[in-house]
Design a protein around this ligand. Structure first.
Ligand code: AMP
Length: 466
């Protein structure tokens, strides 16, 4: 039977949208007003709608409900991986909600394949799996399979993990993950592990509301447009160029209705939901690409918030991502790529400067990028940043040389573990593209491998002020 290896988990603790931590030992919590707070995926997977879903031949998951619902993330991931490995020939698509979740599963396999092979060989489940209902369920599924164990050991012990997804799941036709918006930076790593399989971004949603669907899921990630589902909420749009401070409920904001948005223009999404949010600003900037019947279709541009600012400069997520992409071209000849990054506006130095943390995938340790190359990467990033930044560097001297701090492999994994330990949802976790919370900065700095500064000034033309 055809199957999907799709990594899903629920969380023990929840964050509200504002990321206020609500401490609780169950996977949901009532707020002071009596409302239940939990991330959308926890809510969905725990619903009867999911647990008692009718059989759908197009959506047969390798993971049993007990593994998905297990609140312990190690036990959940371990057993999902075990089931995925056991069904490897039936798997036709591999995925997780966000690209980062799938890469975390690959990393999990890298760390745990030896024990997983022992379980597969003997048919005895790892004693670390202690959840009684999960053990009972796995006892029925797990059968000794020495041949499969040999295969897993042979493939996973190889140094080169290129194409590991198609080696382990040879019938995979496509990867089912979101790679738009902030997830776009995972595309090269996904391509590396999957041998360039197509990536289907099917949905655009949030914990507050489901927004839209991609009606052409096999298109290239850069061409993805999401069609808004008008029945999901009352959708309004704040033209992006308008001054956001004008938006107050008293001063009748200039909001545009769903049917009145114009192709080519950018808007910030505002929703009024059945659950009671009134004109809630989601924080996403979308560009209209067309219409499906009367429903508008949007390209996800970016999240609204500015990431980095030292002086009058403002760098947003899309600019930072472009700069990382441009800089990482210098790494190609060293067969090296940036697997994760985040940033920090370091104002302890005078003037302050941008710090970019990089975790690198160096495919050939004998030919890893030198200090000079990484310095050139710093300069390439500065060249890619906007003119206000470059003016601050060249003319105003209000910004110091950009710094790249290379951190040890697995550091961003630890960052995620830290967020999960504080209640973030493993499925909905997104690497923060900017950090300013001291324990996180300290964690990153404690994993430092090397630091490199921009060796010169970026280009800036005082006449044209560009
Ligand atoms: P959450 O806070 O975990 O509910 O995440 C919701 C946010 O994730 C959205 O407001 C978007 O910023 C982002 N997001 C969700 N789906 C997509 C998508 N298909 N492409 C890009 N970003 C997305």
């Amino acid at each position: 039977m055809e199957r999907i290896f799709y990594v899903k988990t629920v969380t023990c603790r929840v964050w509200t949208k504002a990321r206020d931590y609500i401490s609780c030992s169950l996977n949901q919590k009532q707020g002071p007003g009596g409302l239940l707070a939990r991330p959308v995926l926890t809510s969905y997977y725990q619903s009867e709608h999911f647990k008692t879903r009718p059989y759908d031949p197009y959506n047969v998951y390798t993971s049993p409900n007990e593994a998905i619902l297990c609140p312990d993330s190690f036990q959940s991931m371990y057993t999902q991986m075990l089931c995925g490995l056991q069904d490897r020939h039936q798997v036709l698509r591999v995925g997780a909600v966000f690209a980062s979740g799938l890469l975390r599963a690959i990393r999990f396999l890298q760390l745990n394949w030896e024990q997983l092979s022992v379980d597969i060989e003997t048919g005895d489940l790892n004693p670390k799996i202690t959840d009684p209902s999960l053990r009972e369920c796995m006892d029925k599924i797990l059968k000794p399979n020495p041949e499969l164990a040999r295969f897993v050991r042979r493939e996973c012990s190889k140094e080169n993990w290129e194409g590991i997804i198609t080696r382990i799941w040879p019938n995979t036709k496509y990867i089912d993950v979101i790679v738009t918006g902030a997830m776009a930076q995972y595309i090269p790593t996904l391509d590396y592990y999957s041998g360039g399989l197509p990536k289907a971004c099917t949905m655009y949603a949030s914990s507050e509301c489901y927004f839209g669907l991609n009606l052409n899921p096999m298109c290239k990630p850069s061409e993805v447009s999401y069609t808004i589902m008008p029945n999901m909420a009352y959708f309004e749009f704040l033209p992006h160029e308008s001054n956001s401070s004008k938006f107050t409920l008293d001063s009748s904001p200039k909001l545009v209705d769903l049917v009145d948005v114009e192709v080519g223009k950018e808007y910030e999404l505002v929703i009024t939901t059945y659950a009671g949010l009134c004109r809630y600003r989601v924080g996403d900037i979308l560009r209209v690409t067309g219409f499906h019947n009367s429903a508008p279709q949007f390209h996800f541009v970016r999240r609204k918030n500015v990431l980095l600012s030292i002086d009058s400069d403002k760098t947003d997520e899309a600019e930072l991502q472009k700069a990382v992409e441009n800089a990482s071209r210098h790494l190609r000849e060293f067969n090296t790529s940036v697997v994760e990054y985040t940033s920090y506006a370091d104002t302890k130095t005078i003037p302050g400067h941008y710090v970019i943390y990089w975790e690198l995938l160096v495919k050939n340790a004998a030919n890893s990028p030198t200090d000079d190359v990484l310095k050139q990467c710093c300069l390439a990033m500065e060249e890619s940043l906007n003119s206000v930044y470059r003016q601050g560097r060249v003319a105003d001297h209000s910004i110091g040389p950009l710094e790249i701090r290379v951190v040890k492999n697995g550091t961003f994994e630890e960052l995620m573990d830290y967020a999960i330990s504080r209640g973030a949802s493993i499925n909905q976790y997104k690497v923060p593209r900017c950090v300013n919370f001291t324990p996180i900065v300290e964690l990153l700095d404690s994993r430092l491998v090397s630091a490199h500064f921009s060796p010169g000034l970026p280009h800036w033309n005082p006449e044209r002020r560009r």
